[in-house]
Structures are given as C-alpha cells and as structure tokens.
Design a protein around this ligand. Structure first.
Ligand SMILES: CC(C)(COP(=O)(O)OP(=O)(O)OC[C@H]1O[C@@H](n2cnc3c(N)ncnc32)[C@H](O)[C@@H]1OP(=O)(O)O)[C@@H](O)C(=O)NCCC(=O)NCCS
Length: 181
C-alpha cells in the first residue's frame, strides 16, 4: 500500500548560495512565528553558517539555521544558566526554527534534525528558547537535547530563557575538539 502523504524534506543551503528572494522568504517564515525580532534576522541570516529550508513538495513550509554564536554572548548564556563550566567554544547554535502553523506536528522539525545531523555529526550544539515555549521544549528533548543549568533572564530579552545542549560535557574538555560521541 502506498503512502499518499506529501513528503517533507529539509535541505541545507549556505546563505551565499541563496537568492535574495529565498533569504527574504526565510526571514518571513521566522517572523511568522513571532519569536525573533526582525533586526536580529536582517543582521544574522546572511552571516549564518547554514540555512535549512523544509519543503513539502515544492513549497517551503519551515526554516531553521545553524550559526556560530558571538563568543561573548555565548559565554554569557552559560554563566546566566549557572553552568559556566559547560561553555564550549566549538558549539554551533541551532536557531530560528519556525514551521508555518498549518504544517506543524507533521515531522518537519524531525526532518530538520535528521538533515542537520548529517552535517553536524558529533559536534557540540546548543540553542535557546523561551522557557515557556512548550511548542519547542518537548520536541527538542525527543531529539536528544537536554537543558543546561536553570532557566534565566539574559541581558538581551525580557523573557525567561532556557539553554539547551547536545554533545556537551558537564565540564568542557578542550582536548576533545569537535568530536563527541
Ligand atoms: C517548535 C516547532 C519548530 C516544532 O516543529 P514541528 O514540525 O511541529 O515538530 P515535529 O512535528 O517535527 O515534532 C518533533 C518531534 O517531537 C515530537 N513531539 C511534538 N510535540 C510533542 C510533545 N508535546 N511532547 C512530546 N513529543 C512531541 C514529535 O512527535 C516529533 O517526533 P517524531 O518525529 O519522532 O514523531 C514548531 O511548533 C514551530 O514552528 N513553533 C513556532 C516557532 C517556535 O516556537 N520556534 C522555536 C524557537 S526557539
């Protein structure tokens, strides 16, 4: 019996390989979720390491990105979460995950995860979400992320935040470089 559900797949693109229209579409889809200010996106999207587009057939239904965080802010997050010893300068940030409302709960985030996993392999990863954002907090646990430290307020947001990590040691070991298994 064939499965007639339209297939969802995610693809990675370097910003430099994206058309201006695709960069604009990326930003529009993140803005639709209301989690990120437009200034952050205008500045950050062209400078990201990788942009992820989730497609259902030929329609873009969601996005996400990987980026190298600003080192000072990155460190600040781990300090605020009360786990400065976990700060890992090699960690890539997964950010701006946004699936258009009609396409949520159909495995789009899982598809992003599977595709990015091939790219990031065993390297340390982290992300930040509003502590009260239940849309992301449960799915992200299922994808292997755990909370680092405690919920906190940072210098840049009015919302209480939650720092999540994957492939991080309780205490950063500089000898491990980027390979965690
Ligand atoms: C958060 C968001 C990206 C999740 O995307 P999604 O495509 O709906 O998530 P998925 O359907 O891929 O779910 C991921 C996994 O978590 C599981 N899951 C989803 N909700 C769950 C819940 N409440 N409890 C436990 N598991 C849950 C799913 O079953 C899936 O696992 P599976 O692939 O093994 O079945 C989406 O809700 C969204 O865009 N929200 C608005 C923007 C936002 O909050 N972004 C986060 C900013 S940090």
């Amino acid at each position: 019996m064939s499965d007639n559900k339209p297939k969802i797949h995610a693809m990675l693109r370097r910003p430099i390989d994206c058309s201006l229209q695709n960069i604009e579409l990326f930003i529009k889809i993140v803005l639709a979720s209301g989690e990120v200010p437009v200034e952050n996106l205008n500045r950050g999207v062209p400078a990201a390491e990788m942009l992820i587009f989730v497609m259902q057939e030929k329609v873009v239904i969601g996005v996400c990105a990987l980026r190298y965080p600003n080192a000072k802010f990155h460190k600040h997050l781990f300090e605020k979460a009360t786990v400065p010893e976990m700060y890992n300068p090699h960690s890539l940030e997964a950010c701006w995950a946004s699936i258009l409302p009609n396409y949520r709960n159909q495995g789009a985030l899982s598809s992003i995860y599977k595709t990015t996993q091939k790219y990031t392999e065993h390297r340390p990863m982290h992300g930040v979400h509003r502590a009260e954002n239940n849309l992301i907090s449960e799915p992200i646990k299922k994808l292997g992320y755990v909370q680092a430290g405690i919920d906190f307020y940072s210098d840049t947001s009015d919302n209480k935040l939650c720092l999540i990590v994957k492939n991080h040691d309780p205490v950063f070991d500089p000898n491990k470089k980027m390979r965690y298994s």
